[in-house]
Design a protein around this ligand. Sequence first.
Ligand code: 5GP
Ligand code: ZN
Length: 112
Amino acid sequence: MSVDCIFCKIVHGTIPSKKIYEDDDVIAFNDINPSAKVHFLIVPKVHVDSLMGCEAQHQALLGKVLLLAPRLAKEQGLAGFKTLINTGKEGGQEVFHLHVHVLGGGYKLPQN
Ligand code: 5GP
Ligand code: ZN
């Protein structure tokens, strides 16, 4: 747990979220400022700043997070989706707790 981290606070329930999935290792919740009709974040419960902070010990966790993307996307009614992992300030990351965006349906941003 990192004291000033918004996503750690969501993991610990001290900040509310629209949770769509939770297990011992991972939580997924809707993005507060969605860029598509469906836009949720898959977040490991352990605090790791970004993909650049990941090491060999996180390999299974990263696999788990990615495998959850299609499963949760299907549950949210999507037949296809985009995934996005912003990494570092230069990568557009704003919340420095590793997360994967899953977006689908009615995109509000230009598609590249
Ligand atoms: P990043 O740019 O770090 O990849 O994306 C951070 C995402 O977290 C943004 O899409 C932003 O809307 C979302 N976000 C920031 N604060 C909160 C919050 O308190 N609750 C939820 N549900 N999403 C948040
Ligand atoms: Zn955190």
